[in-house]
Design a protein around this ligand. Structure first.
Ligand code: ACO
Length: 356
């Protein structure tokens, strides 16, 4: 189903205010980026550490002490990335009290798309029944993709007011090797979403910071399948297309340094301090990374949100999933300042400040 009225009127505004190279109209600019709705979804199937110990040479003790992960969710055989994304998006729209015709743009952050091309956002636009609005993926941005998406969305809203659906989704279990114990035990599947818009909602997105160090592309990469090293029958036989190369210790170090610094930077930009923060929702890669960031920031353990123990690392879904859960669990009240922070392959990092 494709509806025309709402989104088309948004496109009319967009065209008139400068997207496509024209100058911006000052009247169209807005200072406010509201967070109108939150959504999240994880599949039902639970994969415990004991389950993994039957597949690769590992133990619950090794995984728990090194990562804090006890279990993670894996998609059902008949689920794919779009299904996860659609569930989270529908919950976010419901929370915002809006329908698909009210969505003016869609951004999907994922490294595990529905198909190779076109992007998952195109499938999602159709599945949700949104109008023919701009929709695109932030692909390959690793686990930082969702927070980067918030940065893009708020700029688009400031440029021409519209509601932007931002989704972080991963179905990692289907695309990486189940034979490599160094990486396979770390990940889980899931999706999270928010609707941002120019109106006051449940909260206001105050600011976002983001950065990239491209000299670090080699510390976390799935390099087979692109133009540098195309997918062939040999790669399929060797399993190279599923081999996630990871320098675990370097990733660990970069993650702690970059996430902590990004939090301080975004706080500085909104004129607030660590003492003002009610909740930090960091990317959930590893409990030891989260603990190190907590210590570095000097906040109490209870201020940092953790779900890596039962969801594992859900990539670009982890921050919006955590944010949705924190709100569902009553961990966020009106007046609270919430900080999101993430890192990902690239090497990318980002942080956002949200005022409830
Ligand atoms: N079970 C049992 N043993 C294992 C497993 C496993 N699943 N995986 C690796 N090992 C073994 C290795 O073979 C190695 O054995 P060896 O010493 O005989 O050679 C040993 O464990 C490695 O142990 P450590 O070096 O002590 O492991 P470390 O404490 O560095 O922990 C880990 C490894 C968990 C990967 C850690 O480095 C880490 O968390 N790094 C960050 C990685 C991360 O978060 N990646 C995120 C991915 S994407 C993203 O979120 C952006």
């Amino acid at each position: 189903m494709t509806t025309a009225s709402g989104p088309d009127s948004v496109i009319a505004v967009t065209t008139g205010t400068g997207v496509g190279g024209r100058l911006r109209s000052p009247e169209a600019e807005t200072e406010m980026t509201g967070v109108l709705g939150f959504g999240g979804y994880v599949p039902d199937r639970v994969m415990t550490n004991a389950d993994w110990a039957e597949v690769v040479d590992t133990t619950d003790e090794w995984i728990t002490t090194r990562t804090g992960i006890k279990e993670r969710r894996f998609a059902a055989d008949d689920e794919a990335t779009l299904d996860l994304a659609a569930h989270a998006a529908e919950r976010a729209m419901q929370d915002a009290g809006i329908g698909p015709a009210d969505i003016g743009e869609i951004i999907v952050a994922t490294d595990t798309p529905e198909v190779y091309t076109p992007d998952t956002a195109s499938f999602l636009q159709h599945r949700l029944g949104c109008g023919n609005v701009p929709a695109y993926d932030l692909g390959g941005s690793g686990c930082a993709g969702f927070v980067q998406g918030l940065d893009v969305a708020r700029a688009r809203i400031a440029f021409a007011p519209r509601n932007v659906l931002v989704v972080g989704v991963e179905l990692i279990s289907r695309l990486i090797s189940w034979k490599e114990r160094e990486t396979c035990v770390l990940f889980g599947d899931g999706a999270g979403a928010v609707v941002l818009g120019p109106d006051a909602g449940h909260a206001e997105l105050l600011d976002v910071v983001a950065g990239t160090d491209g000299s670090m592309t080699g510390i976390l990469t799935l390099s087979t399948g692109g133009t540098r090293d195309p997918f062939t029958i040999e790669t399929a036989k060797s399993g190279a297309h599923q081999h996630l190369e990871m320098n675990g210790r370097e990733v660990f170090k970069q993650a702690v340094t970059r996430m902590s610094a990004a939090v301080l930077e975004v706080l500085d930009r909104v004129d607030r301090s660590v003492a003002d923060v009610a909740l930090v929702v960091p990317h959930q890669a590893n409990k030891r990374i989260i603990d190190a960031v907590t210590r570095r920031l000097g906040v109490d353990d209870g201020v940092t949100f953790v779900n890596v123990d039962y969801f594992g690392n859900t990539g670009s879904a982890s921050v919006p999933l955590g944010l949705w859960q924190a709100r569902e669990q009553g961990r966020v009240a009106n007046g609270d300042l919430v900080i999101l922070t993430a890192f990902g392959a690239g090497f990318h990092w980002a942080a956002a400040a949200i005022q409830f």
